[in-house]
Design a protein around this ligand. Structure first.
Ligand SMILES: C[S@@+](CC[C@H](N)C(=O)[O-])C[C@H]1O[C@@H](n2cnc3c(N)ncnc32)[C@H](O)[C@@H]1O
Length: 335
């Protein structure tokens, strides 16, 4: 199959997987009274207007932006940028109307624990954070690790086909941080046999790694405490699982692990960059859906300026984004 056909199939699977997110997002907007609020303002409102009108708590405002991104890219609302002379804020138009019937219920306070660290939605639903769950529930861990390995085999094939493999040229060693069962590292080792590849992941993941994972060394550990040294670090689909403060911690450990930029040190990230890559509507929709899905585990998909912010906070000097994978990009980050 051509790369285009492969990416199309990839997208189609994601869109089936995410279809419940579209209907939940619509339900959420209707329950918050967003369409009615837009209609009360004559059919167009800014995000700031909506926040004021639906009495949203300040902590939820970034989530509203993510919610409305899904609903605009999927055609429920329309968005128009205001003229340059004004604030540059986007104006949302509603295509449908839900009449106000009843009073809004008081929002339920999150967590309910009184003062403890905020729980992710995943933790509220399952009782444990996602990465602890992979150790406690063997079936859950197996499904996640197998799914990620399948994704890595596919994505790395497309990366190599489309010339993205050049980012691995010239390095002597690579550590895939949060590399799961090693499928991405094994693909690099097969394409560049002189590169010594290792994988760092949690003990419960490394323990279950298949014996035929390829020419890859596994290291059991915690990326918040240590990253083993290598010329380059690979982070595929890892940083979008964490908020900014955690990403900065992980990236600082990665920086400790690699040599200087002059000596070839770099971090290679495979992830999406919202607004980058192909801007066909279908890709924009995939990015927006992914972003809302990541809220479930307190993760986030980032726009370029949000990536730049965590790179500079972690002490990196420069980066380069290469959008070569449909809705995914490769980012090279230099110390
Ligand atoms: C979404 S998966 C990505 C797996 C792999 N990079 C891929 O793309 O196929 C995130 C990975 O990060 C690992 N992980 C989570 N917390 C970790 C930690 N504190 N230290 C090391 N690995 C961790 C998980 O076990 C999981 O394998």
């Amino acid at each position: 199959m051509s790369t285009e056909e492969l990416l199309q199939g990839h997208l189609q699977l994601y869109h089936h997987f995410f279809s419940y997110i579209k209907s939940m997002a619509l339900k959420c907007a209707a329950e918050l009274g967003i369409p009615a609020a837009i209609h009360r303002r004559g059919g167009a409102a800014t995000l700031r207007d909506i926040v004021a009108d639906v009495a949203l708590r300040q902590a939820k405002v970034p989530h509203l932006r993510r919610l409305m991104r899904v609903l605009t890219v999927s055609g429920i609302f329309a968005m128009k940028q205001q003229q340059p002379a004004s604030s540059g804020e986007a104006v949302l138009h509603a295509w449908f109307r839900v009449d106000d019937e009843e009073e809004e219920e008081e929002p339920v306070a999150g967590g309910g624990g009184g003062g403890g660290a905020a729980m992710s939605l995943f933790e509220m639903a399952h009782g444990f954070p996602r990465w602890e769950m992979t150790g406690r529930d063997a079936a859950y861990g197996a499904v996640l690790n197998e799914a990620m390995a399948a994704d890595s085999r596919f994505v790395m094939e497309v990366v190599f086909r489309e010339g993205g493999g050049d980012v691995f040229r010239g390095i002597g060693s690579l550590v895939d941080v949060g590399g799961g069962h090693g499928a991405a590292a094994a693909a690099v080792a097969a394409a560049f046999p002189h590169v010594k590849c290792s994988v760092l992941d949690l003990p419960q993941v490394v323990r279950k790694a298949p014996p035929d994972a390829g020419d890859v060394r596994f290291v059991a550990g915690d990326m918040f405490e240590y990253v083993p040294p290598a010329d380059a670090v690979l982070l595929k689909y890892v940083l979008h699982c964490f908020g900014d403060d955690d990403c900065v911690k992980i990236l600082r450990w990665c920086k400790e692990a690699i040599p200087t930029r002059d000596a070839g040190g770099k971090v290679i990230i495979i992830n999406m960059v919202i607004g980058s890559g192909s801007q066909r509507d279908i890709f924009k929709e995939t990015q927006a859906l992914f972003d809302l899905y990541m809220m479930y585990i307190d993760g986030v998909e980032r726009e370029e300026k949000e990536w730049e912010n965590i790179f500079s906070k972690a002490g990196f000097s420069a980066y380069k984004i290469m959008p070569i994978l449909g809705f995914l990009s490769i980012i090279e980050v230099y110390p």
